[in-house]
Design a protein around this ligand. Structure first.
Ligand code: GDP
Length: 301
């Protein structure tokens, strides 16, 4: 079992169990089957629109192939679910072709941003990259200290200023350091206070401008961290950040603790932003690249 599949155990127990229950004892396919399937998907946080779209496509295919056997439902559903992630076997990758590569990490406090940065630093370092972190969430000293702990765990350096410093200045310094000391990847932590949304988006845009001015072509990635357990709040956050800073990928955390794994499909289908990384636990190694095939197997068995 891959970590991704394992982290979906709770979702799978609920979702696969319900889909099997739906089919069990039925000998023919009728409209009530599709209606119940819609319900089941919506309850698994696949999202109303995405669930309706999915079921409509399953229904069409069943009809086109003149299938009246309820057991054919699940394989077709899995196939349609995979198609949401385009390319069928899509494996997410990060663009790491910068010199240095800059990865800007954004997201609301509490979603697991700091933890994910630590895990990502570990992952990239394990792949032989020289990684530098920048503590550009300067609003709380505790946030900077927390990032320092993760930098230490991952065995990477951190550029930090004091509490209340200008995030753009931290980023400027980090870029100079990354250049001078020939780092491969600079990962930038940013603030995540959504209740001051306008200020936050302005701050992020300013950081973005400094990065792209100092290093044309950067940032190579803008990763948005979302908490899978928050269901549709996560979809809304994807919308807000996506409009403000042009998110290139999503890091979906806490997939291990939730039965809401269907949220991945809702985000992918409604925002068209790829899920690139998935948090599967609290340890430093609990971060996996997203893989559509494994995800769908993890969801439905
Ligand atoms: P931040 O405020 O967004 O920086 O959030 P933190 O990185 O401090 O994480 C908040 C909490 O979520 C911590 O207790 C983490 O251990 C926990 N957490 C983060 N990612 C995951 C994950 O993938 N799985 C689980 N189970 N917990 C996670």
């Amino acid at each position: 079992f891959s970590r991704l599949k394992q982290s979906l155990t709770k979702t799978r127990e609920v979702l696969a169990g319900k889909v099997e229950g739906l089919v069990y004892g039925r000998t023919t396919v009728d409209e009530s089957l599709y209606e119940e399937l819609e319900e089941i998907l919506i309850q698994a946080d696949v999202g109303v629109e995405t669930s309706l779209e999915l079921v409509a496509r399953v229904r069409e295919r069943m009809k086109a192939q003149k299938l009246d056997d309820p057991t054919k439902l699940k394989p077709i559903l899995k196939d349609e679910l995979r198609r949401i992630f385009a390319g069928g076997d899509e494996t997410a990758n990060l663009r790491l072709d910068g010199d240095p590569t800059v990865i800007l990490v954004v997201g609301v406090n509490g979603t697991g941003k700091t933890t994910s940065i630590g895990k990502l630093a570990h992952l990239l370092r394990r792949d032989g990259k020289k990684v530098l972190l920048a503590a550009a969430d300067t609003f709380r000293a505790a946030a900077i200290d927390q990032l320092e702990i993760w930098a230490h765990r991952a065995g990477v350096e951190l550029i930090r200023h004091g509490e209340g410093a200008d995030p753009a200045a931290v980023v400027y310094d980090a870029i100079q350091a990354a250049r001078a000391r020939e780092y491969d990847v600079l990962i930038i932590d940013t603030a995540g206070r959504l209740h001051t949304r306008v200020n936050l988006m302005e701050e992020l845009k300013k950081v973005f401008r400094v990065v792209s001015r100092e290093l044309p072509g950067a940032p190579q990635e803008v990763l948005l961290v979302l908490d899978a357990t928050t269901g549709h709040n996560a979809v809304n956050q994807a919308k807000i950040f996506g409009e403000a800073v042009g998110v290139t990928g999503i890091v979906l955390t806490k997939l291990d603790g939730t039965a809401k794994g269907g949220i991945v499909a809702a985000i992918r289908n409604s925002q068209k932003i790829p899920v690139k990384l998935v948090g599967t636990g609290e340890r430093i190694e609990d971060l996996s690249y997203f893989h559509a095939g494994e995800f769908v197997d993890g969801l439905l068995g």
